[in-house]
Design a protein around this ligand. Structure first.
Ligand SMILES: Cc1cc2nc3c(=O)[nH]c(=O)nc-3n(C[C@H](O)[C@H](O)[C@H](O)COP(=O)(O)O)c2cc1C
Length: 180
């Protein structure tokens, strides 16, 4: 099984990108995760789309289409998802069929606050639904006070590592059930 992961933060020391990299080590056997960097994805512009998707957009849409599942590391800005994440969803919601159509995504997020991106994940869930995709309904990973759990871009908090591993295992089991 091949998963695709993206982080909604472009920050080098991003807590959310750290969670995504950690997921690479915690996935069940037989599952691999490719991380797609969103740094080169242009802002969505329908004029650009009308002239043909630029290469970074083609790469992004192809990666989404080919993935068996999506890991979306979702930072929270002002109670919603980051522009980076929303832009990626918007591009992947375009085309016939749209790359996101029928995909089941696993959401998780980290923030220094107490609520660990719960509002952003709700907003992302809604956008995915509008785009013909869904977030797994089997729980969510909310990592609050992330600055106390991540050191030097490593998730060092063992309970959080275990929580993430359990959630990933549940998600992968769901994808496998749907695939048979
Ligand atoms: C513009 C902006 C808005 C933010 N709004 C929120 C917010 O609504 N809720 C929250 O928990 N954190 C908020 N934060 C703090 C982020 O959670 C924090 O910067 C976090 O480290 C971003 O994720 P990253 O580490 O993956 O880059 C905000 C940060 C910025 C820059």
């Amino acid at each position: 099984m091949q998963l695709l992961g993206v982080s909604g933060s472009l920050r080098a020391a991003s807590f959310n990108t750290t969670l995504l990299r950690t997921a690479q080590d915690l996935l069940p056997d037989g599952v691999s995760l490719t991380i797609f960097r969103l740094h080169d994805l242009p802002l969505f512009n329908q004029d650009v789309e009308d002239e043909g998707d630029p290469p970074p957009v083609v790469a992004w849409k192809t990666a989404v289409r080919e993935a068996d599942g999506l890991l979306l590391a979702c930072p929270e800005y002002n109670g919603g998802i980051t522009g980076v994440m929303k832009n990626a969803v918007d591009w992947a919601s375009r085309g016939k069929p749209a790359p996101l159509t029928g995909k089941t995504a696993c959401l998780f997020g980290a923030s220094p606050g107490m609520t660990g991106t719960v509002r952003a994940q709700d907003a992302l869930r809604q956008s995915l639904r509008r785009a013909g995709a869904r977030a797994t309904p089997l729980g969510e990973v909310l990592v609050g006070q992330a600055h106390t759990k991540i050191e030097d871009s490593q998730l060092v908090d063992e309970p959080t590592r275990a929580y993430l591993a359990r959630h990933l295992a549940t998600y992968v089991a769901e994808l496998r059930r749907v695939a048979v």
